[in-house]
Write a protein that binds this ligand. Structure first.
Ligand code: CA
Length: 249
């Protein structure tokens, strides 16, 4: 699972050639990863959806759905890093893969050692920043005027009333609320929350800030918690939240 509270990353290998999956499994497990294997694209997509791996190693030549299709379908809903395995070597194929949202590719035949180091490099590049990793010493509850976050239960209360946030909204609020008054750029928030800034689109952050404000702010146009810093990003600054007037009062 893509669990921010553990460090062991899960790698999903989608490849039909058993000799290759056996080798990859061996090397990846040795490198400390949890490994899932799918022999075709449909099983791969199902495992991706269910297990939320941290990275996908995806072969192009698969029975049924090919690797390009699988890549496109994963990208339709997720930013999971994808390392393509390909026997094709032309420039066009490489570009096609990267256009579809693959992060890197390795041409067969490949050295398993090299593949593992590519996996490690991608995961390092895409790892969520420290802010989302909950240390043992960190308090489970963050209290601000009118706003309480219970971290492990992922619960948020505004003025004593529970509000339902999506997973990304919660992660975004948590990243900000852990560092009050620190100004975050959109890129920092993208990598902290989405764990991945390679294809990052900063509008994603703006959209989620917008929906988050609707849920936690009395007046989203005059936010008392998450403030916009013009041309920079956002800051969680609840200092004056308690004295903010009730809307309409
Ligand atoms: Ca294959």
């Amino acid at each position: 699972m893509n669990d921010p509270y553990t460090s062991e990353a899960t790698v999903l290998v989608i490849e039909d050639e058993e000799s290759i999956t056996r080798l990859l499994r061996l090397y990846l497990i040795q490198a400390g990863y949890r490994v899932l294997v799918a022999g075709n694209g449909i099983v791969g997509l199902t495992l991706h959806e269910r297990e939320h791996p941290d990275l996908v190693v995806l072969d192009v030549m698969l029975p049924g759905l090919d690797g390009w299709d699988v890549c496109r379908r994963i990208r339709a809903s997720a930013r999971t890093p994808i390392l393509m395995l390909t026997a094709l070597q032309t420039e066009e194929d490489r570009i096609a893969g990267l256009d579809l949202g693959a992060d890197d590719y390795v041409t067969k035949p490949f050295s398993p050692r090299e593949l593992v180091s590519r996996v490690r490099a991608i995961l390092r590049r895409t790892a969520p920043t420290e802010q989302l990793v909950l240390g043992d010493a960190e308090p489970d509850m963050l209290n601000f005027p009118g706003l309480t976050l219970t971290v492990r239960a992922r619960r948020v209360e505004v003025d004593g009333r529970r509000v339902e946030l999506t997973a990304k909204e919660f992660d975004l609020l948590l990243a900000l609320a852990r560092a009050p008054e620190r100004v975050f750029t959109r890129e920092e928030l993208l990598s902290a929350v989405w764990g991945y800034d390679y294809l990052g689109d900063s509008r994603t952050v703006d959209v989620h800030i917008g929906t988050l404000r609707k849920k936690i702010e009395r007046d989203p146009a005059q936010p008392r918690y998450i403030k916009t810093i013009w041309r920079v990003g956002y800051v969680f600054d609840p200092a004056d939240a308690s004295v903010a007037p009730e809307s309409g009062a």
